[in-house]
Write a protein that binds this ligand. Structure first.
Ligand code: FE2
Length: 562
């Protein structure tokens, strides 16, 4: 059974293709269009998925969208307006309703699919958005039974949902409808802090530990034992043309994007993160008590909040956890592709790695080296050379194998540095990433070394969990420890990524530290590199010292490659 899953309808458009319930390939449209969080119809991603398996549209048994029809959201909004859950004015409702009706026709995914690829053999299937999120985690979790929780901004009508996965069944247990949304709460304060909502939430997470208690957000979100309640009337009121007007009335004017950060901004970030953690903990406690399984699967954009995720284990809410690495809407493509196979009794294998994207062939890489007349040499052992360069203090671009699916670079499209030297954090921020100095970097660690470096350690192959660093080990990974002593960790095994594992192993042999600093291979505001050309361009427009493209070392000066 060959199935194609598509996310199209908001942001992070993506496609995934599965054979008998095993995901063979997945990619977000942004990697091919180079537009961050691209929400356009994912024609490039679909084409790449079909090409990877050598299939035509006629070969597909199912084409599934991870969204309800667009009109579902429009009618949910109308219901919320009538019930008063979503504050809107009559005029804007009527205008919005008619504009969206036209927009729905113009951007109709089924129509666009037919235009690009022709009609699919068996028509189209629509999978409810949260069902697709839940499926994207449960189906590939390896658990026979699990409590499944989806926390995101919004689906057509959903905001948070609790599911029970058992065998090949995935059943809805409870739903918190939009706009009672933790994602909405986080997004509105992300915007108030001068960042882009539904995109830069992790900047707020990074900023939070610089602040502390002092700002009371209880009027915006109320957390109780049984769950949470978001005051959408305050968060969405659009008087004065701004949907932040009542937030500004309560805590002050919103920060302009380039304005310096104040203590108030830092304390608001702290309060937002704290409320999000408490709300998620309440939901997960409720979910576990309703479902009865202490295996937890998580998906939805809020599930990328690694700081909150780390607490679910350290506070013993659950025994085991699987978080879909593409937890935001890109991962919905996986859920949509797996819905039909699971219904047919085809369970997926556990997703132990996220390298589901394209791979550059040796010919492509060699052609790029020749075309741009670069100084390069072929390496006997790229892992060992990389470890050598890192130990000498170099910052390197590392481009290997298949691209990661999801927002994190996990050692195939990464920028790497020696984590021991705290100055490397500033060097990467200032000379390579051109980003804010307070943003943390992550350590990649050998799986077997995890417990010796971190408290409450748990395997985290997709960099979705944050732990406290053991105090005596902070100096070993000083550049990857956040201001509150935590680190967002990627655990690496040889089975997951042989060359990356060997690199860290060589680095450990040279330095005694079984970890490297890892950040995504891109410049500020750009998407992660997707081709040798992207990697070379980023290398030459940044302060990177070296670039290892598969087996080739590229340097800016001929003397640096020997
Ligand atoms: Fe979503």
């Amino acid at each position: 059974m060959l199935t194609l899953g598509i996310n199209y309808g908001s942001h992070d458009s993506a496609a995934a293709i599965a054979q008998d319930g095993q995901i063979l390939f997945a990619i977000a449209e942004e990697r091919l269009s180079h537009k961050k969080h691209d929400g356009a119809f994912p024609a490039h991603a679909i084409r790449a998925s079909l090409a990877h398996v050598g299939a035509k549209v006629a070969d597909l048994d199912e084409v599934a969208f991870g969204w309800q029809p667009p009109s579902a959201a429009r009618f949910a909004d109308l219901r919320n307006f009538i019930s008063g859950a979503h504050p809107m004015r009559w005029r804007s409702v009527l205008r919005d309703h008619s504009i969206r009706w036209l927009e729905e026709y113009r951007s109709d995914g089924e129509r666009l699919f037919r235009r690009h690829f022709g009609p699919p053999r068996n028509g189209f299937k629509r999978v409810d958005h949260h069902y697709a999120h839940a499926m994207s985690a449960y189906a590939v979790s390896g658990f026979d039974e699990a409590t499944v929780v989806v926390v995101d901004g919004r689906g057509a009508w959903e905001a948070t949902s609790i599911w029970h996965g058992k065998g090949t069944e995935l059943r809805l247990v409870e739903m918190f409808p939009w706009p009672n949304s933790i994602g909405l709460f986080y997004a509105q304060f992300t915007a108030w802090l001068g960042f882009e909502k539904f995109s830069d939430e992790w900047k707020v997470m990074g900023l939070a530990p610089y602040g502390g208690p002092g700002v009371d957000l209880a009027k915006f979100i109320n957390v109780s034992d049984g769950g949470y309640s978001v005051n959408s009337r305050l968060l969405l009121d659009s008087r004065n043309g701004s949907d932040l007007s009542l937030v500004e009335e309560a805590i002050g004017p919103a920060r302009k994007p380039d304005e310096p950060l104040s203590d108030l901004h830092r304390d608001v970030a702290w309060a937002v993160q704290d409320a999000c953690e408490r709300a998620e903990i309440a939901v997960i406690n409720r979910a576990v008590s309703l479902v009865g399984s202490r295996n937890l699967c998580l998906a939805g954009g809020v599930a990328l909040n690694s700081k909150a995720n780390g607490l679910f284990l350290s506070r013993n809410l659950v025994d085991r956890i699987f978080i879909q690495p593409a937890a935001a809407d890109d991962g919905v493509a996986i859920g949509a592709a797996l819905a039909a196979p699971l219904a047919a009794g085809l369970r997926s294998r556990e997703m132990s790695k996220a390298y589901l994207g394209p791979q550059s062939s040796p010919e492509e890489i060699e052609a790029a080296l020749r075309t741009y007349k670069l100084c390069y040499r072929m390496l006997e052992d790229p892992a060992e050379t990389a470890a050598d360069l890192l130990a000498k203090g170099q910052l390197i671009g590392w481009y290997q194998g298949r691209e990661e699916f999801g927002p994190r670079a996990l050692g195939n499209r990464s920028i790497l540095a020696d984590p021991r030297d705290v100055r490397n954090r500033d060097r990467v921020n200032n000379a390579v990433k051109f980003r804010e100095e307070w943003r943390p970097f992550a350590p990649s660690v050998l799986e077997e070394a995890g417990p010796s470096l971190f408290e409450h350690y748990h395997t985290t192959p997709f960099m979705t969990l944050t732990f406290q660093v053991r105090p005596e080990k902070k100096k070993d990974i000083a550049a990857a420890v956040h201001v509150d002593g935590s680190a967002r960790v990627q655990s690496v095994t040889r089975e997951q990524n042989q060359r990356y594992y060997d690199l860290i192993k060589h680095f450990a042999a040279k330095t005694g530290v079984p970890s490297v600093l890892n950040t995504s291979f891109n410049l500020k505001g750009e998407t992660i590199v997707n081709s040798p050309f992207d990697a070379i361009r980023t290398f030459y427009t940044s302060g990177l010292d070296g670039l290892i493209l598969d087996r080739y070392l590229i340097a800016k000066k001929p003397t640096d490659i020997n």
